[in-house]
Ligand binder design. Structure first.
Ligand code: SF4
Ligand code: SF4
Ligand code: SF4
Length: 462
């Protein structure tokens, strides 16, 4: 009988030692099986491959849900903050941090604040204390993602090509599609994720404006997400390097999760709650309300539809400023939305576990879909694998509060549509020209490849 190097894979989820996102300390494992159940039943991954066929490689979409559920902390994210801490001793670099939408409504939980309470001002202040030279908000990158993706959707609808279009800002969903459903890849939006876009804009536009050598910029994102650790190392994620003919430059350099940031702050004895709120730095500072709601299931759909509506009609839609049909924690949400003369049928798939079932329906072809959002984690990024852990007894209640926290920020902001963000307008005027332009394509779009070979154990890569 062939021996597997994955011990106890009949009880717990197998993890590859060279995973870019997660690791396991066997000493701490009590063989409870929670990781395997989560991977199988919540993520729809474990059980869809056989180690005997994959060359003993675990198939993993890097979502980190097994780390979030592990009761003893045996599984955790790869601690990249330790390498970053070391590198930050070298003052010849400019360290630029960005904060993902969903972390600000969850980090407070670690400090006994109510879920959903927005602590972004304290996060900015904490990052400066840790040595950040600039702090930006990923909601800005999210606004750029929205403009590019809305434009892409409209072009596809007009040409009647590659419809339905799927969102692609969740790297775990993208990897899931590349492995299990490669036939869908032409349907994925080619627009890069907000973090990747923000990273690219920092190393191109911002570097040029501030006269900083892109090679001396270290881009760090604080995220709810472990899959971003994998995403930034994809070979496609070096558009800023390509722009200046230096392949060694990647758009992003480090991803640290919300949990890593909390660990780091504790190690440095920074008293988070006593920090004064601080504001983001100028230029790529922060986004519209639409950029904030990216952090929750249904948020990307709502944000993109707001801008697509404006592109097609020249008007702001009040319905899409509070689009209840795509909100909430249900597994699959569907709606019809009228934009000008067009009626679109849309769907939001919450969690990769629901993708298999949804795609069976899609393949039957009984219902026509135009636009589909998929996020790998239940709840979207508010429920990301790198967020503060949630006890199973409070999980839905806390996710609901985190989600409401983001909608509340959106409701209160004076600018709620990505196309109304003045800094975004300026970037298009001064640098990117218009959504879908040649330079926007070079910098803000990407490509995908089938990774079906992983299931057959051929040349295996991440
Ligand atoms: S959830 Fe953690 S403790 Fe339980 S089997 Fe998995 S690794 Fe071990
Ligand atoms: S990170 Fe996600 S896909 Fe990978 S083993 Fe854990 S739960 Fe499964
Ligand atoms: S849903 Fe969000 S947190 Fe989860 S894998 Fe996707 S991008 Fe990461």
């Amino acid at each position: 009988m062939r021996m597997s190097k994955h011990e106890n894979s009949d009880v717990r989820v197998p993890i590859n030692e060279d995973s870019l996102s997660i690791q396991r300390d066997n000493e701490k494992c009590v063989l409870c099986g929670a990781c395997r159940s989560t991977c199988k039943y919540n993520q729809g991954v474990y059980g869809r491959y056989r180690l005997e066929k994959t060359g003993d490689r675990a198939i993993c979409i890097d979502c980190g849900q097994c780390a979030n559920i592990c009761p003893t902390g045996a599984i955790c994210e790869k601690y990249d903050y330790l390498k970053l801490k070391e590198l930050m001793k070298d003052k010849s670099y400019t360290f630029i941090f960005q904060t993902a939408p969903a972390i600000r409504v969850a980090i407070g939980e670690e400090y006994q604040l109510e879920s959903g309470q927005n602590v972004e001002g304290k996060i900015v202040s904490a990052l400066r204390k840790l040595g950040a030279n600039y702090v930006f908000d990923t909601t800005f990158g999210a606004d750029l993602t929205v403009l590019e993706e809305a434009y892409e959707l409209i072009c596809r609808l007009k040409k009647k090509e590659k419809i339905p279009m799927f969102t692609s800002c969740c790297p775990a969903w993208v990897k899931f599609a590349e492995i299990f459903y490669p036939e869908l890849l032409p349907h994925l939006s080619t627009t890069k994720s907000p973090i990747a876009i923000q990273g690219t804009m920092i190393k191109t536009y911002f570097a040029k404006e501030k006269n900083i050598d892109a090679k001396k910029i270290i881009n760090v994102a604080v995220t709810p997400c472990t899959a971003k650790k994998y995403e930034i190392k994809r070979k496609e994620m070096n558009d800023s390097g390509q722009r200046i003919n230096d392949d060694s430059i990647y758009d992003m350099d480090f991803i640290i999760t919300a949990r890593e940031l909390i660990r780091w702050l504790k190690e440095e004895k920074i008293d988070f709650l006593s920090l004064e709120d601080e504001k983001y730095d100028d230029l790529l500072a922060s986004g519209s309300g639409a950029g904030y709601i990216f952090g929750t299931t249904g948020g990307v759909m709502e944000a993109v539809l707001r801008t697509a509506h404006y592109f097609l009609t020249g008007k702001v839609s009040n319905q899409l400023l509070n689009y209840q049909e795509v909100r909430g924690l249900e597994g699959i949400k569907e709606a019809d939305v009228t934009i000008g003369n067009d009626k679109l049928h849309i769907a939001v798939v919450n969690g990769t576990k629901n993708v298999h079932h949804f795609l069976k329906m899609l393949k039957k072809g009984q219902i026509h879909y135009d636009f589909i959002e998929v996020m790998a984690c239940l709840g979207g990024c508010i429920g990301g694998g790198g967020q503060p852990k949630l006890d199973s007894t409070v999980v839905d209640d806390r996710k609901q509060k985190r989600m409401e926290g983001l909608y509340q920020i959106d409701r209160k902001l004076p600018i709620r549509n990505s196309f109304e963000n003045h800094e975004i307008q300026k970037i298009y005027q001064n640098y990117l020209q218009r959504p879908g332009s040649e330079i926007a394509h070079q910098l803000l779009h990407t490509s995908y490849e089938s990774k079906e070979y992983m299931l057959e154990g051929e040349t295996v890569s991440q």
